[in-house]
Ligand binder design. Sequence first.
Ligand SMILES: [Zn+2]
Length: 264
Amino acid sequence: MIHYTPSSLWRLHPEDLQRDLQQRVHAVVSPSSHPCLVFFRADDVAVPSRKFSRLIALFKRRRVPLSLAVVPTWLTPSRWEAVRSIAGDDPFLWCWHQHGYQHKNHEPKGKKCEFGQSRAEADLRRDLRRGWDRLSSIMGPLVFQAFTPPWNRCGATALVLLKEMGYYVVSRSEGAIHAPPRSLADFSINVDLHTRKESQPEAGRDHLLAELETALAGGFCGVMIHHQRMNGPAFDFLDRLLEILSREKRVKLMHLQDLAGTEP
Ligand SMILES: [Zn+2]
């Protein structure tokens, strides 16, 4: 059983956070600003829960698309039945896709990584294949062939394999060290809502709002969500963020499958 702790900033007063959010978004997004693409990606999906239902309800209510990264070995037919009945089938809203295979670290040292350079190519290929086969056998045509590596990183070999195996998209975090091969679309997250490490809540808030402002000003904003780590203030903040962004005409809210279609 993994123990999920909310980041320190979610101890702050929700109203203060929401007021700051509104100011910062409006400082960079206005009717006359450049268009901005925004996508939301929820990681570690597979197990139905109260928090998962609450997350889905927010996106449904605001009609905002969400890319859901599903861990293949965590998914079972009965879990999928429950998750699907919570979300419903709406291709405008949901892009279900692959999140690693077992969500297991294979690196002997350094940063955690499931599809890193220390593994043999045959093992990487086998686990990618097993993960994709499991998801597509359980979810059928509802799963899109995009890949979010656990911990937002994978090795150069894994990127080549993704392309060879027909994946359309990889989604990591901004500044990932290896560039993917051409024709494998690359949409990174650059805003982290729930796995922030700042020990001081105010520092967490400042860094989060700065990430958001920089991303929106740059015209591309990818927001990472971990629903297991969300508390009441984190849900309220996300709801406010969805509300603000969905009212902005210059903001295009899309999921990974639709973003892949924007590539030339
Ligand atoms: Zn994950």
